[in-house]
Design a protein around this ligand. Structure first.
Ligand SMILES: Cc1cc2nc3c(=O)[nH]c(=O)nc-3n(C[C@H](O)[C@H](O)[C@H](O)COP(=O)(O)O)c2cc1C
Length: 167
C-alpha cells in the first residue's frame, strides 16, 4: 500500500473478529515502531504486547469499559525516560512522551499498511494500566489491533485553513 493510501485508509475500528494477527505482521508493526524517530535516538519507550486474556480483561476495565481493548493484538506504549541524558525536565516529561507517541503512530500506520484495523486508546486510568502490566513506567497509548468487522463512517475534519497557517 502506498504511503498516502495508508494515511487515507487508516480509520479507527472498534470491533474486531477473533482472527489472530499473523506473527509476520506483528513483527513489521513492532519494527516500524522501533525505527521511528526519537529524542537523540535514545528510544525512551517500552512497548508491551499483551497476550494474556486476563490482562486484556483488566485493560478493558482500566479503559472505562472500552470492550474493544480485548482485541487480537494489544500494544501498550509506555514512556521509559531512563536513556534521556542532559535534557532536564523537558526530556523526561516531554521528549519521552513524544518518543512513545511517535512509536505508537508508526505502529498504527504499519498495521493499516498490512490490511489491519486499529484504534488508539488514550482514555484510561494510568495507574490501573501500569498495575496490569506490572510496570512502574507511564503508559501513554494503547493500540487495539485486528481485523475489523465494521466499516468506518464518514469523518469530519476541522478546516485546513484553521489548523495550518503561514507566518
Ligand atoms: C490521543 C488519542 C486518544 C484517543 N482515545 C481514544 C479512546 O480512548 N477511545 C476510542 O475509542 N478512541 C480514541 N481515540 C481515537 C479517536 O477517537 C479517533 O482517532 C478520532 O475520532 C478520528 O477518527 P479516525 O481514527 O477514524 O480517523 C483516540 C485518539 C487519539 C489520537
Amino acid at each position: 500500500m502506498s504511503f498516502f493510501k495508508t494515511i487515507e485508509k487508516r480509520r479507527s475500528s472498534r470491533s474486531f473478529s477473533k482472527k489472530a494477527v499473523e506473527k509476520s505482521k506483528i513483527s513489521k508493526i513492532l519494527k516500524a515502531a522501533w525505527m521511528s524517530p526519537s529524542s537523540m535516538g535514545t528510544q525512551n519507550y517500552q512497548v508491551y504486547e499483551v497476550v494474556s486474556a486476563s490482562k486484556k480483561e483488566k485493560l478493558v476495565k482500566a479503559t472505562h469499559d472500552q470492550g474493544y481493548v480485548d482485541a487480537p493484538l494489544v500494544l501498550v506504549f509506555c514512556t521509559d525516560p531512563k536513556r534521556i541524558k542532559d535534557m532536564g525536565a523537558r526530556g523526561k516529561n516531554l521528549f519521552a512522551v513524544q518518543d512513545a507517541t511517535i512509536a505508537a503512530a508508526y505502529a498504527q500506520l504499519a498495521a493499516t499498511a498490512q490490511g489491519l484495523s486499529s484504534v488508539w486508546i488514550g482514555h484510561f486510568k494510568e495507574k490501573a494500566v501500569a498495575q496490569t502490566l506490572k510496570t512502574k513506567l507511564r503508559p501513554v497509548a494503547i493500540l487495539a489491533i485486528g481485523y475489523s468487522t465494521e466499516k468506518p463512517g464518514p469523518k469530519e475534519f476541522q478546516k485546513m485553513k484553521d489548523l495550518f497557517k503561514k507566518v
